[in-house]
Design a protein around this ligand. Structure first.
Ligand SMILES: [Mg+2]
Length: 114
């Protein structure tokens, strides 16, 4: 499946109505918090594998993590849609940023705009 197709198909599961373009509305806040919450679920699954399963990822663990990654993706796609940006562009720009950092030997370190 293509990223933009995913983003479009996922819209039907978004119950938020009256999203104001160019504004940070309740739906944008909800979806942004959703990204953080679902990322936390990924981290929690890893924590449990580290502490309770001797760091061994079972097949079941893997697919449970994948489920949570999908939840993260859905929220990311929604926020991008509110910004009227195709998900493919989000990914493309991310790769461009990473390549730029690699080219400048700045892949590691901190700062959003290094
Ligand atoms: Mg989840």
């Amino acid at each position: 499946m293509k990223l933009d197709e995913y983003q479009e198909r996922g819209e039907k599961y978004d119950s938020s109505k009256n999203v104001e373009k160019g504004m940070v509305g309740d739906a944008m806040v909800e979806k942004t918090l959703g990204i953080a919450g679902e990322a936390g679920e990924v981290a929690d699954k890893l924590k449990k594998i580290i502490w309770w399963k001797d760091k061994k990822i079972s097949e079941e663990d893997k697919w449970e993590i994948v489920k949570e990654l999908g939840d993260v993706m859905w929220y990311v796609a929604a926020v991008a849609r509110y910004l009227e940006v195709p998900l493919s562009e989000v990914c493309e720009r991310n790769l461009e940023k990473l390549q730029s950092r690699m080219d400048r030997d700045r892949l590691f370190g901190d700062g959003d705009n290094r």
